[in-house]
Design a protein around this ligand. Structure first.
Ligand SMILES: [Zn+2]
Length: 182
C-alpha cells in the first residue's frame, strides 16, 4: 500500500509534469539555432535559414525580411510580401518544444508559404481568401516527424488555424478556432 508520503511525492511529480510546458517556455535550448525567438527553417526550393527574428519584445526587421524571402512564392517567380511575424513565433514555439522532447534540433521544411492570389486560385481545395495569400500561413513538415504528431503540438499551443493533412501540417495566424482535415 502506498504511504501518504509516497502519495504526496507522486502527486507533486504529477503536477510538475503538468506544469512542464510552462517551465520549458522559460528555459533556453542547447542549440544556437533553436529557441522561442529564433527559427531553423528551409523551403522546398532548397533555401535554408537559421535566424533570430525577435529579441525580447522587439522584432528584428532585417531578419524578418530574410524570412519573408524564404516564404516567397518561388513557384510564381519569387513573389513575396511581408509575413505576419506572429507566425514565426508559433512555429518557433512548436519547433523548440519538439526539439527539446526529441533531444535533437528539428528542422521546419516549408512546403508552401506565401502564395500569389492567382497561383492560389489554381490549387485545388484552397480557400479563395487563403491565409497563404495574406502572408499568415505555412504548410510544413517537421523533418523526420509524422504530421499527426506535429498537429498535437500545434493544438496544444492553440494555434489559430490548423489544417491536418496526411503529408504536412497547415498552421496560420488568421482568425482563431479554425480546424479542418484535408
Ligand atoms: Zn495551407
Amino acid at each position: 500500500m502506498q504511504s501518504k508520503r509516497e502519495f504526496i511525492k507522486t502527486a507533486v511529480m504529477a503536477s510538475m509534469l503538468l506544469a512542464a510546458p510552462a517551465i520549458c517556455i522559460a528555459q533556453d535550448t542547447p542549440w544556437a539555432e533553436i529557441g522561442y525567438d529564433r527559427i531553423l527553417v528551409a523551403n522546398t526550393n532548397g533555401d535554408r535559414l537559421a535566424v533570430r527574428f525577435r529579441t525580447g519584445q522587439r522584432y528584428d526587421n532585417s531578419n524578418l525580411q530574410q524570412l519573408n524571402w524564404l516564404w516567397r512564392d518561388w513557384r510564381a517567380g519569387g513573389a513575396h510580401r511581408q509575413i505576419d511575424p506572429l507566425l514565426f513565433g508559433d512555429l518557433a514555439l512548436i519547433q523548440t518544444r519538439m526539439s527539446l522532447d526529441f533531444a535533437e534540433p528539428k528542422l521546419i521544411l516549408v512546403n508552401s508559404g506565401f502564395r500569389t492570389a492567382s497561383r492560389n486560385a489554381t490549387i485545388e481545395g484552397a480557400a479563395r481568401n487563403s491565409q497563404h495569400v495574406q502572408g499568415r500561413a505555412c504548410d510544413f513538415n517537421m523533418v523526420g516527424v509524422s504530421p499527426a504528431l506535429v498537429v498535437g503540438y500545434a493544438e496544444s499551443y492553440g494555434v489559430h488555424g490548423l489544417g491536418r493533412y496526411a503529408d504536412f501540417t497547415h498552421i496560420d495566424v488568421g482568425p482563431e478556432g479554425r480546424r479542418w482535415s484535408g
